[in-house]
Design a protein around this ligand. Structure first.
Ligand SMILES: Cc1ncc(COP(=O)(O)O)c(C=O)c1O
Length: 301
């Protein structure tokens, strides 16, 4: 119960996955040519959405707790942005979970400057101890998008959205009323509802949580603790300030392991994006163990 209290039904709507609703929300909240704030490394497809909508992406520096409040305040003063898009729970690619204290500082600045927050909870249900979402801290400015692709069923392409209020939801979504691309099909909606009501979705989530915890423990055991900067959810971030992410990824490739360089997620071309994202999912446990062992030998100096 991360929201602290039951949510009013009128604030919740069901969409055809996260990507579609990000397109809708960003175009409605930021407007063509508007500025949106994003973490300096973030979900890669946000760049494509921004490009299609003609949005100006402004990157915010991160530390090990997520977006830096000073960076947010400075960007609000300089660019008068309308929206902050961020991934506070299991950041992509850096894997950190933003603390409650940091969430409160970020929310306060966003409230002061009239910035709406879109929080992408793609892996939000996986950590069992994540702090309350922005929707619980600053409900009047937050849109929380919880996709189920990673934490329940990939095939259904369903995401739940919590809007600031039912009236804001109506005014933002009315222009999209006759468009069919963003809402979920009746079949998917009915399947996910049955899964949730029967308890099946809950047990699938519990299995994913247990598997993720097992794989995180494996990563902590096999990868060097000096380089690991986050092992939450379904991926790990590994960094070494003396090498770029591209160098680390090339060294991993030499031992036959595919990892993604931080540069693939960077908003500005930042040669110092010194880390790699290592996925713990979509491989068998034995292949993962073998790959992590190879990485620990290849990447340690
Ligand atoms: C941060 C983030 N947001 C959204 C998505 C995609 O979500 P969906 O499948 O609901 O469109 C992903 C998938 O990788 C993701 O990592």
């Amino acid at each position: 119960m991360r929201y602290g209290k039951p949510l009013e039904a009128g604030r919740i709507f069901l969409t055809n996955g996260t990507q579609n609703v990000l397109f809708v929300l960003l175009s409605a909240l930021a407007g063509r040519g508007g500025a949106i704030l994003v973490e300096e490394m973030t979900y890669r497809q946000i760049r494509e959405v921004a490009q299609l909508l003609g949005l100006n992406l402004i990157s915010l520096a991160l530390d090990d707790d997520g977006v830096l409040p000073e960076a947010l305040e400075e960007a609000c003063k300089a660019h008068s942005p309308k929206v902050l898009y961020c991934i506070p729970t299991v950041q992509n690619p850096r894997a950190m979970i933003m603390s409650e204290e940091r969430r409160r500082s970020i929310a306060l600045i966003a409230q002061n400057y009239g910035v709406a927050i879109i929080e992408d909870e793609a892996q939000g249900l996986i950590p069992v101890d994540a702090p309350a979402p922005f929707s619980a801290i600053a409900p009047e400015i937050t849109w929380t998008v919880t996709g189920l692709s990673k934490c329940t069923l990939v095939g259904l392409r369903v995401a739940y959205v919590v809007a600031p209020s039912s009236s804001t939801l109506t005014s933002v979504m009315t222009p999209f009323e006759s468009m069919a691309f963003w809402y979920t099909s009746a079949v998917s909606a009915s399947v996910i509802t049955q899964y949730i009501e029967s308890g099946l979705a809950g047990s699938m989530l519990a299995s994913i949580q247990a598997e993720a915890a097992k794989r995180q423990a494996m990563a902590r055991k096999l990868l060097p603790s000096t380089m690991m900067r986050g092992a939450n959810g379904l991926h790990v971030w590994m960094a070494d300030p003396s090498r770029t992410g591209d160098q680390l990824a090339a060294e991993a490739a030499r031992v036959g392991v595919l990892v993604r360089s931080g540069s693939e997620y960077a908003i500005d071309s930042n040669p110092l994006s010194s880390g790699v994202r290592i996925s713990l999912a979509d491989v068998s446990e034995s292949d993962l163990s073998e790959a992590l062992s190879r990485l620990s030998v290849a990447l340690v100096r």
